[in-house]
Design a protein around this ligand. Structure first.
Ligand code: IPE
Ligand code: IPE
Ligand code: MG
Length: 267
């Protein structure tokens, strides 16, 4: 197993064994997407301000990213800030931007040392200049890395993504380069911000909310859902292992019938 460390602590033998067990017991999802929810409630339940929850949430990001890299997950997409989150009080939005800049400053070298490639999806031009600068630097530093791809969804919404794809495709039609009847789902997928990434195998949402909140609407068509009551700052690698274990027990049929049933029907 790869020796990777983003967290300052050395990986325990117990954790290495747990990861080995998971890898041996079934398929580890190639792409995991996470709706990291519940930072505010976590902080408030401890009598703290919401921003404190966002801060501790960064520790969960570090731990989950490291565990995913160690497990050989290829893509990890984290919903960090939605289009709708711009509508929060300006002090919270400003606090989140500051946290993004300081976290990137602290973690970029670490990501690079661990062979992790950072990318983003979303409407980046809505971000303040210092955020864009920090993100661009981290993206360009890590662009040739071949390990885990860490994709941050920032100012992202599924409807925005689909709308942008529709505009691009409409332009091809307008320019006479595409006949409308040639538009198919593959082509739409190829015009989304996630064009180079396979659809998520597993989508995790923390904080016990049973909704997608405008995340990867198109891409989640056949993703397995895992919802936990835990708030994001409490979601660490052991909970991730439980989610993967649950994924490994699923029967992904993609609208077809199970192999066993297929045999029964043809008999
Ligand atoms: C998720 O936690 C982080 C972001 C959406 C930026 P929240 O801030 O939504 O926390 P809750 O859900 O209000 O507790
Ligand atoms: C979803 O959480 C967005 C992110 C985790 C970035 P929200 O807190 O914004 O979603 P709702 O309001 O509970 O649907
Ligand atoms: Mg929330």
């Amino acid at each position: 197993m790869k020796e990777l460390s983003l967290t300052k602590t050395k990986q325990t033998q117990e954790d290495k064994n747990r990861q080995k067990e998971l890898i041996d017991s079934g398929v580890v999802p190639e792409h995991i997407a996470i709706i990291m929810d519940g930072n505010g409630r976590w902080a408030q339940s401890k009598g703290n301000i919401r921003l404190f929850g966002h801060k501790v949430g960064v520790d969960s990001v570090r731990d989950i990213t490291e565990a995913c890299a160690q497990l050989g997950v290829k893509f990890l997409t984290l919903y960090a800030f939605s289009t709708e989150n711009w509508g929060r009080p300006s002090a919270e939005v400003r606090g989140l931007m500051r946290l993004l800049v300081s976290s990137l400053r602290k973690e970029a070298d670490n990501l690079h040392r661990n062979n992790i490639r950072l990318v983003t999806i979303g409407q980046m031009d809505r971000f303040p200049d210092d955020c864009i600068k920090e993100l661009d630097e981290a993206i360009s530093l890590t662009k040739d890395n071949t390990g885990l791809e860490l994709c941050l969804a920032l100012s992202y919404s599924g409807r925005w993504d689909i709308t942008e794809a529709v505009k691009k495709i409409a332009k091809h039609v307008e320019e006479g380069r595409l006949a409308p009847n040639l538009i198919n789902d593959q082509m739409i997928g190829d015009h989304l911000s996630t064009a180079s990434i396979p659809d998520p195998d597993l989508i995790i949402r923390t904080s016990g909310e049973y909704r997608i909140s405008n995340f990867l609407l198109w891409q989640l068509a056949y993703s397995e859902l895992y919802i936990t009551e835990l708030y994001w700052p409490d979601f660490r690698r052991n909970e991730l292992y439980e989610a993967i274990q649950s994924f490994q027990k699923r029967d992904r049929r993609f609208g077809k019938v199970r192999k066993k049933n297929k045999d029964e029907i043809s008999n």
